[in-house]
Design a protein around this ligand. Structure first.
Ligand SMILES: C[S@@+](CC[C@H](N)C(=O)[O-])C[C@H]1O[C@@H](n2cnc3c(N)ncnc32)[C@H](O)[C@@H]1O
Length: 181
């Protein structure tokens, strides 16, 4: 897959929070062109940064263009070892569209309803968060936010909406998920 997600309003919302809140060991899931990795590298409280993407071209691109971080090809946490203080993910979060080609779908579609991949990620992320670690993510009113918050609560996460942005057809939410101890 040779195309990469062009950073958008969702990326921007997350960059602001990563610059403010990231610390320690950071993992950026679905790193694409590595914008969130770059934001984490700028933060003085960050010790190490790993970027992961299912798309090998994204990993190859980031390895060539970004120094100071590690990049891994991985379907969610399949090839990820260890635990992190902060995990960021700007996931594909829109409901599937029949006309969409596979390459675009990988970047934008989170499944039939839109929230499926994000929920799968939240399930797996539990095993990769250090104590007091947290997740920074973004999704839309089109994702089915009620379902995301309900599932996250059942998984043991507390959710905090850090920011939101109204767009033409949807509203984006930037959310912090932290395991309630
Ligand atoms: C919306 S883009 C975000 C790209 C970049 N982080 C940004 O904010 O600009 C979603 C990214 O998730 C990746 N992705 C999709 N499914 C994935 C999976 N199962 N595991 C890891 N990455 C995945 C896509 O290849 C794409 O790069």
């Amino acid at each position: 897959m040779r195309s990469l997600y062009e950073p958008g309003e969702d990326t921007e919302l997350l960059i602001t929070q990563v610059e403010k809140l990231a610390y320690g060991d950071v993992l950026d899931m679905g790193t694409g062109t590595g914008m969130l990795v770059k934001a984490a590298l700028k933060n003085k409280n960050v010790k190490s940064v790993t970027g992961a993407d299912i798309n090998p071209y994204a990993v190859e691109y980031c390895k060539k263009t970004i120094k100071g971080a590690k990049f891994v090809q991985s379907d969610l946490f399949e090839n990820i070892k260890g635990k992190f203080d902060v995990i960021t993910f700007n996931p594909p979060y829109l409901p599937e569209e029949k006309k969409e080609d596979l390459e675009t779908a990988l970047m934008t579609s989170g499944g039939y309803k839109g929230y499926e991949l994000l929920i799968k990620f939240l399930k797996q992320a539990k095993e990769h968060l250090k104590k007091d670690g947290f997740i920074l993510t973004v999704f839309s009113t089109l994702t089915g936010p009620e379902e995301v918050f309900k599932e996250a609560k059942e998984l043991g996460y507390d959710a905090e909406i850090l920011d939101s942005k109204k767009l033409f057809f949807e509203k984006l939410y930037c959310v912090k998920f932290k395991l309630a101890h």
